[in-house]
Design a protein around this ligand. Structure first.
Ligand code: APR
Length: 313
């Protein structure tokens, strides 16, 4: 059944999500941006782009939060994007105010609507949104680790010379420098990564460390190339995949940033962990047993996330 996607932020990621929704015939789009002209212009451009496509839904600009009432899912990309040399953390102060405003607007217009947060610094933004909106924590999910995992899989696929779709993995923890690609839970069609490397090409084991580093830096690598703005195709695809998993009750196993109250030893912070996503949003937080080195890396990530979020409390 066709759904209505409310996109808060009609910039690079919001505009790309809108196009994906229309291209794939997933439903209708409402574009909301503090720059109303941007939302109106993109809505017109997209409407005309798909005027000849019978399967495409409608797209229009929303002038107020009230216009978003009845949306099936909200995806938030509003805020400042990272500039070259700027860390996600430096974005915190600016985007926290934006997020709290949006949370209050949505709490009135569409209470408890399924919400995917994309704005950085991601984990802190999910936390701010939850506190300011009062939404059910199972209905608010940060999109980051699906993207970090895709990036890890892409680099690994290059290293191993296999199709990235044959690699299964989770990157958990903060969406930032301390994220933890779980080597222990990475496999090539069921064969654990380390066993695969030992059997096929042990010389590549050395290169794994650099690959983990490149994954942690993958967003910044793109920012450095672009000079203006940050990655948007992959974040758009990731956010839409998570929304669809919930709307279609896919029971998708994927990592996302959610409120943790004791899971993985984290308390009252949001951070990415493996989830099962279905019609109720977060249907389960999956607790994986981790080897000592990954547990230690996750603890570092928890501390970094807490340091970001605690001043906001
Ligand atoms: N309400 C609505 N829209 C807003 C608000 C607000 N309070 N503040 C900013 N915006 C809009 C801007 O007008 C802009 O159109 O958010 C949009 C952001 O778009 P881009 O600057 O193109 O940024 P984008 O690349 O889409 O990234 C958005 O996602 O991945 C993160 O780091 C990224 O935080 C950034 C966000």
């Amino acid at each position: 059944m066709k759904k209505t996607f409310a996109l808060i932020g009609a910039g690079n990621i919001g505009g790309t999500i809108a196009q994906l929704v229309l291209e794939r015939g997933l439903g209708d789009v409402l574009l909301f941006d503090k720059n109303l002209g941007l939302a109106k212009g993109k809505a017109l451009d997209l409407s005309q782009a798909y005027a000849g496509s019978a399967h495409a839904g409608s797209v229009s600009a929303a002038e107020s939060y009230a216009d978003l009432a009845g949306a099936d899912a909200v995806i938030i990309t509003a805020g400042l994007a990272r500039k070259p040399g700027m860390t996600r953390e430096e974005l915190l102060a600016i985007n926290a105010d934006v997020m709290a405003d949006i949370a209050r607007g949505l709490a009135d217009a569409c209470p408890n609507v399924l919400t995917i947060v994309v704005t950085n610094p991601l984990d802190a933004m999910v936390w701010v949104f939850l506190k300011a909106s009062g939404f059910d924590p199972n209905r608010v999910i940060g999109m980051a680790s699906i993207l970090d995992t895709w990036r890890f899989k892409f680099f690994l696929a290059e290293l191993l010379g296999v199709n990235s779709a044959d690699i299964h993995s989770h990157v958990i923890g903060a969406h930032g420098a301390t994220m933890v690609p779980l080597i222990s839970h990475t496999s090539v069609q069921g064969t654990p990564l380390m066993a695969w490397l030992k059997n096929t090409d042990p010389s590549k084991i050395e290169r794994l460390k650099a690959l983990v580093g490149r994954t942690r830096n993958a967003g910044a690598e793109i920012v450095e190339h672009l000079k203006r703005g940050s990655a948007y195709f992959a974040p758009a695809n990731g956010a839409l995949a998570m929304a669809q998993a919930c709307l279609n009750d896919e029971k998708m196993v994927v990592s996302g940033s959610v409120m943790l109250n004791g899971e993985y030893g984290a308390h009252d912070i949001c951070m990415s962990v493996p989830l099962v996503l279905g019609k109720n949003g977060v249907e389960r937080i999956v607790q994986l047993a981790l080897p000592e080195d990954e547990q230690a890396a996750l603890l570092t990530s928890i501390k970094a996330t807490a340091a970001l979020i605690n001043p906001l409390k």
